[in-house]
Ligand binder design. Structure first.
Ligand code: PLP
Length: 392
């Protein structure tokens, strides 16, 4: 029996640079003392106060089917948060509660792309982007960004790719580069979208993790609210990765269609998770800052350590929980570097190549272990890179 092309071709061969990750996981499972700096998962757990709210809701009986679009009071809380932060009038009718950001990305592309449509995304990219697009039978079209621009997209490159395309997917603060798009970049992106009549899908799951500059939601730029779908979630902002809860903020007529889609796919998000989310959002920015603080600290530590050498280059790391490091001075590819680092120093990082062509010769380091171990691992990494560069 044949499976569909859509499912069998969803992820391609997908091996680029991911071998090192699977190898490190296996080494950890075998009891080897690997320092894991690979995946975007906090080293703290969901705050106990959120878990208490979840427990209370579940014990209180909120375990049946919840409203498919999301509980109205949660949709209102999300709308208020967005309106307060962006100034764009937003009501609960602009919000669909989704099973995390990833489900939101898939649903958003389903909503705007027809089979065979060209859907743009920026390279380097979060791993699932191309497969999310091909999953809805659209054609993923990468647009390269460049290390010399600190991975801010160039408007002329977007313009060149945009003719005849349907949508553009962006992510700021960015995984994997740590870049926060400037107002100028976002205004350029908005102009391209308007000029070529593109939908903009804006992945803002790291909006609470900004270390330098400011997060600007492109939905707030003139003429953009009617063509933008903002995808976000509680995963990164509240260390709720396992709760699978997020949202899409979009024009009302888009949300109406997305509700139809949710009715036929997820059938909504667990009520007790939604209640806990409403509780968590009610705690305001204090809780978000508490979750973000360790990354802010480690990013400052990293800047100091990297300033003391000149082999490994740091892409500015303006936001999100990662550092993108340029290791081209070693003469190795990101994949070779990551494999050797794992084998000789027992430190696991992601090769840039696993995030696309534009990140070749780079590695991504997740700032997800305690400060002392993180600083020690980064120093070891730099010494290791320096020795390779000197012996070239
Ligand atoms: N978008 C980006 C850029 C991410 O890095 C991630 C997760 O790492 C997601 C979306 C998906 O997040 P979630 O589905 O947990 O909300």
């Amino acid at each position: 029996m044949q499976l569909s092309e859509r499912i069998t071709q969803l992820t391609g061969d997908g091996s680029d640079g991911w071998d090192v990750f699977y190898r490190s996981r296996q080494m950890v499972a075998d009891g080897e003392p690997v320092i894991e700096l690979t995946i975007g998962e906090h080293d703290i757990r969901t705050d106990p106060s959120i878990l208490e709210a979840m427990h209370k809701a579940a014990i209180g009986g909120h375990t049946g089917y919840a409203m498919v679009p999301g509980i109205k009071s949660l949709r209102e809380a999300v709308a208020t948060r967005i309106q307060e932060r962006t100034g764009v009038p937003t009501s609960y009718k602009n919000i669909l509660i989704s099973a995390g950001g990833q489900a939101g990305l898939y649903a958003s592309h389903t909503a705007v792309c027809n089979p065979g449509d060209r859907a743009l995304y920026l390279d380097p990219y979060y791993t699932t982007y191309p497969s999310t697009i091909s999953g809805v039978a659209a054609i993923p079209v990468p647009v390269q960004t460049h290390t010399e621009d600190a991975f801010q997209p160039r408007v002329e490159d977007l313009d060149a790719a945009a003719a005849g395309a349907t949508s553009l997917l962006i992510n700021s603060p960015n995984n994997p580069t740590g870049t926060v798009y400037s107002r100028q970049t976002l205004e350029g992106i908005a102009d391209v979208c308007k000029r070529h009549d593109l939908w903009l899908i804006s992945d803002e799951v790291y909006d609470t993790q900004v270390w330098e500059g400011e997060h600007i939601s492109p939905r707030a730029l003139p003429g953009m609210a009617e063509r933008t779908l903002v995808v976000s979630s509680m995963s990164k902002s509240h260390a709720m990765t396992g709760s699978r809860v997020g949202w899409i903020c979009a024009p009302e007529h888009v949300i109406e269609r997305l509700i139809d889609l949710a009715t036929n796919t997820t059938y909504g998000v667990a009520g007790f998770i939604q209640d806990a989310t409403e509780f968590a959002l009610g705690q305001g920015v204090d809780l978000e800052e508490k979750v973000a603080e360790p990354f802010r600290r480690r990013r400052a530590l990293a800047k100091d350590i990297l300033a003391g050498q000149n082999t490994v280059g740091l892409i500015p790391a303006q936001g999100a929980m990662y550092l993108m490091l340029d290791i081209r001075a070693t003469g190795l590819t990101g994949e070779e570097f990551a494999n050797r680092l794992l084998d000789t120093q027992m430190i696991a990082v992601m090769p840039g190549e696993s995030f696309g062509k534009a990140a070749a010769g780079h590695i991504r380091v997740a700032m997800t272990i305690d400060d002392n171990h993180f600083a020690a691992a980064l120093k070891t990494l730099c010494t290791f890179a320096q020795a390779i560069a000197e012996n070239r």
